[in-house]
Design a protein. Structure first.
Length: 157
């Protein structure tokens, strides 16, 4: 489902926060959904989809190249398992440890077209037991600057 301008968007969820808790490795969880995206988005090239899928066959460690206004904190798998261990309320523990953060964000690796003027990234955000969303962000490079072309929400709870 492609989000309309009047609906909540993945991009809004990314920019609303003081601290950003980001999984320290990329995620490839939405890779299967990418194959049908070009049916919904006419501008999305097959090359971009294929590049996204190929790059996301394995996870990679992220580097802090983010330009968010707030503080970026990487969350390791070990730390995440510690915060969300069985038999405990992990989100209460998470909110105590990171009171200025609203969610945990995961990114895929970025797929590009051949000209490197189109980019596709999957994003998911978790904010509680039944609170989260995920989908794709399609970007277009114009005059040397990346701009969001489409915000494609695929799931939310």
């Amino acid at each position: 489902m492609v989000q309309t301008e009047s609906s909540y968007s993945l991009c809004e969820g990314l920019i609303n926060g003081e601290h950003y808790i980001i999984n320290d490795y990329t995620s490839h969880g939405l890779i299967a959904n990418a194959t049908n995206l070009n049916k919904e988005i006419s501008d999305l090239t097959e090359y971009t989809i294929n590049d996204h899928q190929a790059k996301n066959e394995e996870d990679r460690k992220l580097e802090n190249n983010f330009t968010f206004r707030g503080k970026v904190i990487f969350l390791s798998e070990k730390e995440q398992k510690q915060v969300f261990r069985k038999g405990q309320d992990g989100w209460t523990r998470f909110n105590k440890k990171y009171p200025k953060a609203k969610r945990i964000i995961s990114f895929s690796r970025v797929g590009f077209n051949q000209e490197r003027t189109q980019a596709l990234v999957s994003v998911s955000m978790s904010c509680g037991g039944q609170c989260g969303e995920g989908g794709f962000i399609l970007l277009q490079k114009e005059n040397g600057k990346w701009n969001v072309q489409k915000d494609i929400g695929l799931w939310f709870s």
